[in-house]
Design a protein around this ligand. Structure first.
Ligand code: NAD
Length: 243
């Protein structure tokens, strides 16, 4: 179905990647706007809002979409837990795909990790390794945190099971711990490996991002999917049929 996009935050790194992906995917862009532009007017000529801008813009984006009953794809991150709770209530009044990572590969990695963790019991030691560029300010990455959450859920463990790196006389590894290791260096966009190691074999699931176009293409896939859906908040697992 041909849909007309409204790209909000169009001058930013993701905005530019989205415009490139829209060209690649032959999706018409009705409006490409940034801070200071007229969001309500731009909405009138578009079928779906794709927002990768700033967390301070999210409320206005959702209010405008609700007022005109237009679907939303929300990629902006950085909201506090409290902000997010209030925004989710608003987002649920239109069809809205909200995801902290729109990469199709990473979302498949989430599903594969859940499957592997359920098939491979506690005899398989689970460890997560991530690497990002030298400028990244937080660790572990949000994506690694989600991978760990999935493993903990499948193993019925809580955050006390996590081991952030190891140093000194740690003793033998127990079957109820899950390791997480954050490497930093150079210009690495984002690598994640989930490892399940037993006596005699090891399974490794790895995703490597090298271009933010993956997030843009995933978001536009979500935009095509969300038009015509019932109001509610969806994520990329819904878009990809991985639930
Ligand atoms: P950026 O700083 O390069 O671009 C942000 C753009 O938004 C800028 O052009 C800025 O002028 C504009 N902007 C700021 N306030 C605005 C407003 N009120 N209305 C409209 N536009 C406004 O940032 P970026 O790297 O493009 O990232 C944008 C957001 O997307 C961030 O929150 C980032 O974390 C998130 N992101 C999400 C994913 C994902 O997969 N969900 C992937 C990459 C980035």
């Amino acid at each position: 179905m041909a849909i007309t996009l409204l790209i909000n935050g169009a001058k930013g790194r993701m905005g530019q990647a989205l415009l490139g992906a829209a060209r690649e995917m032959a999706l018409p862009v009705g409006a490409a706007i940034d801070a200071g532009d007229d969001l309500a007017a731009a909405l009138a000529t578009s079928d779906v809002v794709v927002d990768f801008s700033a967390p301070s813009a999210t409320r206005a984006v959702l209010e405008a979409a609700v007022a005109r009953q237009k679907p939303v794809v929300l990629g902006t991150t950085g909201h506090s837990a409290e902000e997010k709770k209030a925004l989710l209530a608003l987002a649920g009044r239109v069809p809205c795909v909200w995801a902290g990572n729109f990469s199709v590969g990473v979302n498949l990695l989430f599903a594969l990790t859940r499957h592997a963790a359920s098939v491979l019991g506690s005899d398989y030691d689970a460890e997560v390794v991530e690497m990002h560029h030298r400028f990244k300010k937080d660790a572990p990455s949000g994506t690694a945190a989600r991978l760990l959450e999935i493993i903990l859920e499948e193993r019925k463990l809580d955050a006390r099971a996590l081991r952030h790196g190891r140093e000194g006389l740690t003793g033998e590894r127990t079957s109820t711990e899950v390791g997480i290791h954050a490497l930093r260096g150079g210009d690495v966009v984002g690598d994640h490996t989930v490892m399940f190691a037993a006596l005699g074999e090891r399974l490794e699931l790895t995703h490597k991002a090298s271009d933010r176009g993956i997030f843009a293409r995933g978001a536009l896939r979500a935009a095509q999917w969300v038009v015509g859906k019932q109001p509610g908040v969806y994520d990329m697992q819904d878009v990809l049929g991985l639930k």
